[in-house]
Structure formats: structure tokens, C-alpha cells
Design a protein around this ligand. Structure first.
Ligand SMILES: [Zn+2]
Length: 89
């Protein structure tokens, strides 16, 4: 029985981690933080005030940022137990 693996905890950690991850990545990429743009550098969409406040020096809207990171849009309820169970047998 090697299962230190709670699904609720894992999901929460994943969400936290992806936010932290994005912030760290942005910080790492540009040392000194520049000014936030009011409009996305890629698609010219207005960047929401809250996003600009949360991410100093933000240059991209959410969509473009996610595309650039190559990360699919976060979804809550993906259930991968199927493949796990088949490995156990
Ligand atoms: Zn954009």
C-alpha cells in the first residue's frame, strides 16, 4: 500500500502551483519588472485591471499567456483513475 495521495489535496496544490509557477516564471524571465501594459502585446485585448495588479509588468492577456506557456486551460475535474487502476492489475 504505497498511496500517500489524496485527490482533494492534489487538486488544490496543483492550482496553487500553477499560479505560483506563472508568477515565478514571469519574474525569472525579466529581472527588473517593467510596466504593465493596458493591452495585450499579442492580440491587443485589454488586460483586466486585476490581472495587471496581480502580475507586475504583465504584457499578455490570459489567453495569450496560456498559449505561450503551452499549458491547456486549467480544468478542475479530470479523473485519471482509469489508467491507474489498470496498472494495478
Ligand atoms: Zn492576448
Amino acid at each position: 500500500m504505497a498511496g500517500g495521495w489524496s485527490r482533494d489535496g492534489a487538486v488544490n496544490e496543483q492550482i496553487d502551483a500553477s499560479i505560483q509557477d506563472e508568477l515565478l516564471r514571469l519574474k525569472a524571465r525579466r529581472g527588473p519588472v517593467g510596466e504593465s501594459l493596458t493591452h495585450c502585446a499579442e492580440c491587443d485585448e485589454p488586460i483586466p485591471e486585476r490581472r495587471r495588479a496581480a502580475i507586475p509588468g504583465v504584457k499578455l492577456c490570459v489567453d495569450c499567456q496560456q498559449e505561450r506557456d503551452g499549458r491547456p486551460v486549467a480544468r478542475g475535474g479530470v479523473n485519471r483513475r482509469g489508467s491507474k487502476d489498470s496498472q494495478l492489475k
